[in-house]
Design a protein. Structure first.
Length: 97
């Protein structure tokens, strides 16, 4: 019985820690600008829509780079926590540097 309880605690701990794993950034993703004003992308070219996959917390900068963008215009966000929020969707733009 004691061994089963310890195994259950170990599994629960691993599941909790799995949710805390950070996603590695793709090459170029660290340079992606995140904007919320349409004026910030007025001189840019839209390259695709990006959306947070269901049941996955992907870094939206990786998705933006994946479609060839260097700027993410946020169109949907949720979960305001202090000064940050979870970006749900946006439009990837290629902007001049």
């Amino acid at each position: 019985m004691k061994r089963e309880v310890l195994s259950l605690i170990a599994v629960a701990t691993l599941l909790l820690l799995t949710g805390c794993v950070t996603t590695a950034l793709a090459p170029g993703a660290a340079d992606v600008q995140i904007v919320r004003s349409a004026a910030d992308v007025a001189s840019c070219t839209a390259v695709g829509n990006v959306r947070q996959p269901p049941d996955l917390n992907a870094d939206m900068r990786n998705l933006t780079v994946g479609v060839g963008g260097n700027t993410l215009f946020v169109t949907e966000e949720s979960g305001r926590l202090q000064a940050s929020s979870l970006i749900r969707a946006g439009v990837a733009y290629r902007c001049p540097k």
